[in-house]
Design a protein around this ligand. Structure first.
Ligand SMILES: [Zn+2]
Length: 197
């Protein structure tokens, strides 16, 4: 089956793709069809298969419905005798990060929404458009942005808290809502003096 290019990230080569319409959205089951992948330790490319495993990945919604991809990927042998890594998991340069649970373009959507709206409202909007995630996920995605060091802000900032490790630890994120930049991350929610502007 040929999956329309707007559903699957461009450049991602799939084999035996099956698209299933189910509640609450679309499920795509497919295998990776890229021939080789580079070892993350030494960079040597390999196509020698050790085994397979399935990755579950969220993708951008289609017509307001969730899209989930079950992607069968390979574990490959590294053939470089000098490399310390004997087996590694197949890499997808731009589309999927190692250990990621969504496509990179989905994280881009969450970053944009989170920067505009913060954790709670961002999560609410994502649910409406067919990408249900928690406010903690929105804020964790924002936390992945490199924080720029600025001495001046637009003067309009948003502050949000989130809990992780089942509520035992708290963090605070500060976003410049006009410049759309993360300007501060506080690991612990304690009284902290933060100089802005
Ligand atoms: Zn290697």
């Amino acid at each position: 089956m040929v999956i329309p290019s707007f559903i699957i990230p461009s450049g991602l080569k799939l084999s035996k793709a099956v698209l299933i319409s189910q509640d609450p959205g679309l499920l795509i089951v497919a295998g990776s069809a890229q021939k080789r992948s580079a070892c993350p330790c030494c960079g040597k490319r390999s196509k020698s298969v050790h085994g397979f495993y399935d990755r579950s990945l969220a993708d951008l919604p289609v017509s307001g419905r969730e899209v989930k991809v079950i992607l069968r990927v390979r574990k490959l042998f590294c053939k470089n005798r000098k490399c310390s890594r004997k087996v590694f998991t197949e890499r997808f340069v731009d589309q999927i990060k190692p250990y990621g649970r969504c496509f990179s373009r989905s994280a881009g959507l969450v970053r944009s929404v989170g920067t505009e709206l913060g954790g709670n409202k961002g999560a609410a909007l994502c649910k409406v458009i067919g990408y249900p995630i928690s406010s903690s996920t929105v804020l964790r995605t924002l936390k992945g942005i490199i924080v720029s060091v600025r001495t001046l802000t637009s003067g309009t900032i948003g502050v949000d808290d989130w809990a992780f490790k089942k509520g035992r630890n708290y963090g605070t994120i500060i976003v410049d809502l006009i410049n759309k930049e993360v300007i501060g991350l506080l690991a612990a929610r304690k009284p902290t003096r933060l100089q802005i502007g």
